[in-house]
Design a protein around this ligand. Structure first.
Ligand code: GLC
Length: 462
């Protein structure tokens, strides 16, 4: 870790604990003072007090446990994922031209929502504007949007929002802080990394900040109730090299819709204005993706996003190997076992349809949830997990999801008394021995075709 980074981390900790005067006395070098000023400017010291509506919305959000993430834009046309502009080094002007050929003839909002509901999902997160800066909604602050720049001319967000509201399905919106298109975006890491991007790192931030806030105002005014905003992109300005003025922006979101929940995909400690914590391709507390959970797992509602195929968020023709329903069920139970929502991503085709294998896997997951949803929705994190699987809790009911059968017996180190145990699906009693620090269960025969054995234990208070 570099000395600057150590200093930054110390100052973040200090900024949240000390009043401004005490902070000032503690800074020694210019570098430190500069950072402290930024921390103060950006409101790191302000206390965020969520409204009553917001706290209620958090509880509702946690109950949902399963949502669908959609990465979709005209970037789906070359079928190489949502970073195709940069990763494939497409000439910038050619990339922009693609927009005028984007005509998702098979897009049908109802079909999408019907499928997501069949999969057992309770909400979706739609990419309204990804890093390429293209708005997938009708914005009066840019012509680089689906209504003005494509022959399709339909506001797909409006169609989705209307359908979500009609079907009482949650709608959250992804919004990128990075913009590879606009000249007023103060470019960062990606412009240095990818030769086809224009560089303008010295432009003032204010015009771009205003643009984003204007668009957020449109999103939170023209599309009815929005469950949450999923911000993404701080990676472009490494660590603390830029003050994004998030507190002001997040205050605006909360002012427009107090119950709208905010999350920021920064892989760091929770900051001012954030209402839930997100984990990218990792269970809370784990670090298999390499993004880690710096700052640990907070007390806020948690959500972890995963891909239905391995290796891409946006539609990618070379990455169509879809996870099977059994794999998805395994991911869902592990995520719920950590007390987190699973946000499962799919990348629709350029024509607006959802790739068949993804739709099939979603339906398979939905069939399982039809039977076992009670052990997932509205549950809390379970008491135990292990190489055998994980658990969720609802009051005095502990649901044990066994994804890898350890043999004919399973020992659970439980600190509460078990009153009874049965197979969740048909109530078949399960024999067990209560020991001082746990319970030894005699597992029933596995049922063919059931990827997970689910036991229900009735316990004394946790
Ligand atoms: C990363 C990627 C982005 C994707 C997001 C989803 O931030 O840059 O393409 O939308 O992860 O978690």
């Amino acid at each position: 870790m570099t000395i600057n980074r150590i200093l930054s981390r110390c100052m973040v900790a200090a900024a949240t604990l000390l009043p401004a005067t005490a902070l000032a006395q503690n800074v020694e070098s210019n570098l430190q003072s500069e950072f402290a000023k930024k921390a103060i400017d950006s409101g790191a010291q302000r206390e965020y007090v969520p409204t009553k509506e917001n706290l209620e919305a958090r509880k509702e959000f946690e109950k949902k446990r399963f949502g669908i993430f959609i990465h979709w834009g005209f970037y789906s046309m070359p079928g190489q994922g949502e970073w195709v502009l940069t990763r494939s080094n497409v000439p910038f002007d050619e990339y922009v031209e693609l927009a005028s050929g984007f005509y998702p003839s098979k897009f049908d909002a109802k079909e999408w929502i019907d499928l997501f509901k069949e999969a057992g999902a309770k909400y979706m997160v739609f990419t309204t504007r990804h890093h390429d800066g293209f708005s997938m909604f009708d914005s009066k602050y840019t012509d680089y949007d689906i209504v003005d720049a494509t022959p399709f001319k339909r506001d797909v967000l409006k169609e989705l929002a209307d359908e979500c509201h009609k079907q009482d399905f949650g709608l959250n919106l992804y919004y990128s802080h990075v913009d590879w298109y606009r000249d007023d975006y103060p470019t960062g890491w990606s412009a240095g990394e990818y030769p086809n991007l224009k560089k303008h790192d010295d432009v003032p931030y204010e015009p771009y900040f205003n643009f984003m806030n204007n668009q957020l105002t449109e999103l939170l005014t023209n599309y009815g109730k929005i469950g949450g905003i999923w911000f993404d992109g701080v990676f472009d300005h490494r660590r603390d090299s830029m003050d994004w003025h998030f507190p002001e922006q997040f205050d605006l979101v909360h002012k427009l819709q107090p119950e709208c929940l905010i999350a920021n995909n920064h892989h760091r400690q929770i900051q001012y204005g954030e209402d839930f914590q997100i984990f990218e391709r990792d269970l809370p507390g784990e670090n298999k993706s390499g993004f880690g959970t710096a700052g640990g797992v907070s007390e806020l509602p948690l959500e972890t996003c995963q891909q239905i195929v391995n290796g891409s968020w946006g539609y990618h023709v070379n990455k169509m190997n879809c996870k099977s329903p059994a794999e998805l069920i395994g991911t869902l139970v592990a995520t719920a076992g950590k007390g987190a929502n699973l946000l499962l991503n799919i990348g629709p085709r350029p024509n607006g349809s959802i790739p068949g294998p993804a739709a099939e896997s979603l339906r398979g997951l939905g069939k399982w949830l039809d039977k076992y949803g009670e052990t997932i929705y509205e549950t809390d994190k379970g008491d135990v997990s292990g190489s055998w699987g994980s658990s969720t809790r609802k009051g005095d009911r502990l649901f044990v999801h066994i994804t890898r059968r350890p043999g004919d017996e399973l020992y659970l180190p439980l600190y509460c008394k078990v009153k009874s145990a049965k197979l969740f699906i048909d109530g078949t009693p399960v024999k067990f021995d209560q020991w001082k620090h746990g319970v030894q269960l005699q597992l029933p025969e596995a049922t063919e075709g059931e990827p997970v054995m689910v036991l229900e234990l009735l316990t004394a208070a946790k």
